[in-house]
Structure formats: C-alpha cells, structure tokens
Design a protein around this ligand. Sequence first.
Ligand code: ADP
Ligand code: MG
Length: 755
Amino acid sequence: MSKTKSSESVKVVVRCRPMNDKEKASKFNLVVSVDVKLGQIMVRNPREASELPKVFTFDSVYDCNSKQIDLYDETFRPLVDSVLLGFNGTIFAYGQTGTGKTYTMEGVRNDPERRGVIPNSFEHIFTHISRSQNQQYLVRASYLEIYQEEIRDLLSKDQSHRLELRERPDTGVYVKDLSSFVTKSVREIEHVMNVGNQNRSVGATNMNEHSSRSHAIFVITVECSELGMDGENHIRVGKLNLVDLAGSERQAKTGAQGERLKEATKINLSLSALGNVISALVDGRSSHIPYRDSKLTRLLQDSLGGNARTVMVANIGPASYNVEETLTTLRYANRAKNIKNKPRINEDPKDALLREFQEEIARLKDQLEKRVGKKKKRRQRRRAGEGSDGEDLEDAETEDDDEEGGDYWREQQDKLEREKKAILDDHSLVADEKDRLLREKEKKMEDLRREKEVGEMLAAKVKAMESKLLVGGKNIVDHTNEQQRMLELRRQEIAEQKRREREMQQQMESRDEETLELKETYSSLQQEVDIKTKKLKKLFSKLQAVKAEIQDIQEAHIKERQEHEQTQNELTRELKLKHLIIENFIPLEEKNKILNRAFYDEEEECWKMKAITRIEDDHQMMSRPPSAVGYRRPLSHHAHIAMRMKPDMRYKAENILMLDMDLPARTTEEYQEPVIAPKVAAALEDALRDEDEIQVDASGFHSSLGPTLPASGSLKKPKSGRPRTSKKSSTPTSPFSPCSPGSPLYPQSRGLVPK
Ligand code: ADP
Ligand code: MG
C-alpha cells in the first residue's frame, strides 16, 4: 500500500560553534575553517604548522555565524515537510559535549531568534496544518531518555519506572507503555517539551554530566487523513524523531572495577553501537547489522538504513585543544554520509490513532443520534395521542414546535413539574393514591434527568474528541498569513539555490582534477613539463594528505583497540574472581543444576532462570533432600536434636505460632460441704430414718394404685431429668432431702401424678 521510493543517502551537515569566552580568554588557536559555499571543513594540525589541513566535504556546513533559522530552512524544513507527507524522519545531533548539540536541537527557549530545531518544527507543523484544506490531522508527542541502557519516559508521573523495548512484525520496534500526548497547538506541545525537560533534570544529580551521558529523543507523530481519489479516507502517518545524543568524547574507563566498570562500559554503549551500525551499513561486506547491540540503535533502526529520511548534524568546536575530538567527529560524520535509506510514505498503517479516533467519534455520534431519534418519535407519538382524546393536564404551550434538544428537556421537565403540582392540588384523590402518583412522577423526572446527563456526556465526549482532530483552512485568506507564506517560499527557494550552487561547485572541483588536463594540448615540451610537474605536486600533496589520514585513522584505531583490550582485561579479571568463588564454594552438583536452568533472554538481554517444575524435561521427580523429610524445609542435624530436646522456639522451623486457645481465668470455687456438728448429724439421721420407715408404708399404698397409674414412668422422669437433685437426696447428710413422690403426705403438691 505504501509507495516505495528509491534509496537516498543520510544527509550529513556539520556545524561549528563560535569560540566561547573561556577559549577566547585562554587565547586558544582556531584550527577549524569552514567553507560554506563549497560545503567543506578544513582542520589544521595545531602542532604541525607545515602539515596540510585535512579537508572534509559534506552536504552543507555551517560556520560560527550561522543562524538557527538558516539551518532550519536549508536542512530541516524539507525533512519536516516530508514527515507531514507521511514519511518517517530523524534528526540526530552528534558531537563532543559542549559543541552545541542541545543548542541546535532545542536552542534558547525564550529567544525566537535562537530557537532550535524542535521548537521551530512545532511552529512549522501547526502552521502547515492551519493552512491545509480538506484534511484532518492528529499530532502527538512523546519524550524519552536512554541513560546507561535504561529507558525512562520523561512524560510519565512515575520517573523511577524503566521502560522496555518490544518488537512487532508489523510495526517494528517500539517502547512498551511509552506515554504520548495528543497536542492541539504549539503552546500545548511546548508544554509537553517543558515537562519532559524538567523531568530530565530532576532525575539527574549533575545535569551537565547527565546530559553528556544520556540520549534524549523527542518524538512527534503526525497523522493526516484525506479523502483519496477512490472516495475513501486515507491516513498517512509521519514520525519525526529528534535526537540529542550523548557527548561523543571517550569516557575514561581506566581503573574501574565491579559495579563501576559495569557502569562505565554501559555509558557510551549506545553511542559505540551506533558507530558500529554505521560502519556495518557503510562497509557493504557485512550482512549482519548489529542493531540489537544497544537500545538506541534498536529504537532508531529505521532511521539507519531503513524506512526514514535522516539528517545528522555533527557539532564541532573550533579551538585547538579539541582537535582530536573534532577530527573523530568529522570522520564519524563522513562515514555516515554513505548510509542508504529507503524512505516511503506510511499509508494506512494498522496502528493509526487517527482511524481509531474517527471510528470512535462516528460511533458516539451514532449513539447520540439514536437517542435524539427516539426522543422525537416518542414526542410525535404522544402528540398524536393527545389529539385523539384531547384531555390532558398539559398546557397548550408544550405543543409549540421546537426541535432544539435543550428546549425539549426543559419542556419535558416543566411538564412533569406541572403534573406533579396538579396531583398535589387535586383534593379528590385519596392520600395513598396521591403518594403513588407523586412517586411515579418523581421517578419519571429522575429518569429524564439521567437520560439528559447521558446525552450531554456523549455530546461532550464527541466534542472533546473532535477538538483533538485538527483541521485547517480557517484563516487561509488571511493577508498576513499569505505574506508570510510567500516569505517562507522565497527562503526555501534561496536555500534550494544555495544547495544547488554548492553541489555544482563540488562537482566542478572534482572534475577539475580529473579531466581538465586530459584534454589539454601542449604547445611545447617545456609547457607540458611545467604543467605536469604542477599536477604531480598537487597529486603528491594529496597523496601525503591521504597518507596522513591513514596514519591518523590507524592511530585512532590502535587507541580504540587498546581501550577495548583494557576493558576486556578488567572484565576477565572480574570473571576470574567469580570463577574462583564458584569453584570453591558452590557444590558441583548445584552448579550444574544452575547451568541447566539458566537461559539467555534476548528480549531483555539478560540471563534468567527457568522456573522449577516438579517434572523436569527428563521426567525426573524432584526429590526431597533427606534433611527435609517430615518437615516442610530442610533442617540441620543440630536443629533436629535441639528441637526434640527442648521446646525452644529458636529451632522450630515451622509453626512457631502458638495457636492453642487460652483457658479463661476461673471465677468459681470447689464445693465445700458444710461442717455439721456430730450431734446435729445424729439427730438428722434419726429423723430421716423415721421418714424412711413411713415411706415403706407409702410404697405399699402406691403399688396398689400401680395398674391404674403409670406412676413408675412418670416418677422416673424427674429423677432422670434432674440427676443432681436425686443425687443430693441420696446423701444422708443433706438437710433438705426432697420428699419422695410416693409420700402419702404430699401426693398432689409435687404435681407429678397426672390428673
Ligand atoms: P552540548 O549539548 O553539545 O553539550 P550545548 O548545546 O549545551 O552543547 O552548547 C554549549 C554552549 O555553547 C551553550 O552555552 C550554547 O549556548 C553555546 N553554543 C553552542 N553552539 C552555539 C552556536 N552555534 N552559537 C552560539 N552559541 C552556541
Ligand atoms: Mg547537551
């Protein structure tokens, strides 16, 4: 679906900043000269005045007097324009710390003259949208930072959270859970940028050091919907990455160990990986491009040799003490010129947010319409009903034709109010009936209110969503606008003219050397000798320059290799220590187990342990260690013994909580029999014995009644029901022995004999 386009090179421009006050005060020599017309940078060797300056040619170069707006119009505007057309675009700022990367990308915030690419692109994008016609736009922004190979979302509330990279076959690499904000104006997107910048400095202990070691990426996604020739809406999505890279100077890793070494090796990992990716792309021989080596290269994979237009700004300083770094930067930039990208318009991608917005708006509108439709129908129906029976509490006013939604609600509410009042005034109704009717009306009013709220909510939602979709063509006839546009057009033309001139100059220069003298005819031998000597000299100096270049590169290479070796040595030392620990303190068996479980997670780039499962791949059950049999976890022999010997909590490996219930404190006492004097006891015994004799008689009386009364059954009952009493009665010492039910003296008072 996307239009393919032939490949194009990464555009590389170089910007040299002016000498700063400190450099001026220290009277450093200027070693960089810039030929803007030819697009060349010349670097003199400050130590060797006789040495020829090194010359580098780029797409365009900017000297210390260059204006931000010139850079924008000549170099960045065409790129942002293509983003507005639906291409992906990336702008990198590369260079040593303090050479103007941030100045180029962001610039001075409150000074319109010195604003950088990012604010200028805001202006450009929203101006373009306001002038567009028959197009719908959705603009959103994200801001992230990569520091020591960790990605931080600069727009999220939780700044301690680290984000991860994910890959999808259809859309490529993306940052999971990265927040993005839909912005409707320059002011809003500027606010997003300011919030991100604040968060950037909040997370840093030393802002200068932090910014020189971290990469900041501001991402603007512009989605545009337009009616195509086929009568369908088509969406184009352009993504603009604005990257302020970490300082390119070498970070010293010497003497670092352990955590510090790990940190040091991570600091510029992304940057060296970027260099390796560029080398691999330019080399042409290597089929493998090491994008996966760092977060930055993975995230910007498309910008390097993929579907994007890319501009790289190499920033350099002019002073002599920076000459090494300046040359490194220029060589780096020189290599990047040869990267070939294959940009294409991203048409109708699956993840276009604009499409989702449009569909959601359509759905909400549909819902809203249905509600309005229902209302109207209901009203018409009611009106028809009123016409037929003619008697209603309604006033004639409500009959007025008014299609406005707001009026409809008011009208309905008034009507219900009136009905309620009428019920209240109607004295003929019974109180209950009145109550019921009133409740009914109130419920109706409540329903009406709720319905109205839902309708309003829907309408508000539609409005909010629609406001996010930007449409232009409002002030297209504005006179000042028109003038401004002409001015911009002129500026663009001039920029284009300059570019063409430069190209022509560059071409002429190279042709000069190649062909000029081939065609030449010599009038005399002497002349030929002269001219050829001149040419020889020129070529010789060129040869010398190339030789010097080769030597420089070799030196740089050796230095880099030495650094790598040093890092490797330190890492090996570190590794040997780990080995020592493992070999001496970890049982072989355990080590093998760990080795079997460990696996490398490519996605997160770290080693992980497989979860322990009961049945391993070789179908072996995990066995319990002998010291854990009967217990939940292994116990030492000493603990076993100690646990058995004394109930000490210290050796109880489990269930150390005492969960037995505590008994409540006792509030009663044991029963003590009263002490009775022997005399009294004897008297009582006598008395009781007498009664027993009487009872013998009574039982005879009882048994005579036996067949008529189920006495034994009914007599047993109280005995079994109150065993204590019976027990007491049997104790000879009890003073209140209850009378036997069979007693003839009290046969009825006990109530035990059924009547
Ligand atoms: P970097 O981000 O590369 O570390 P900065 O952008 O912070 O460097 O620039 C360092 C200083 O140099 C800043 O004070 C900036 O204003 C100044 N500077 C850089 N480039 C220019 C330039 N082209 N013109 C004027 N001042 C500049
Ligand atoms: Mg900076």
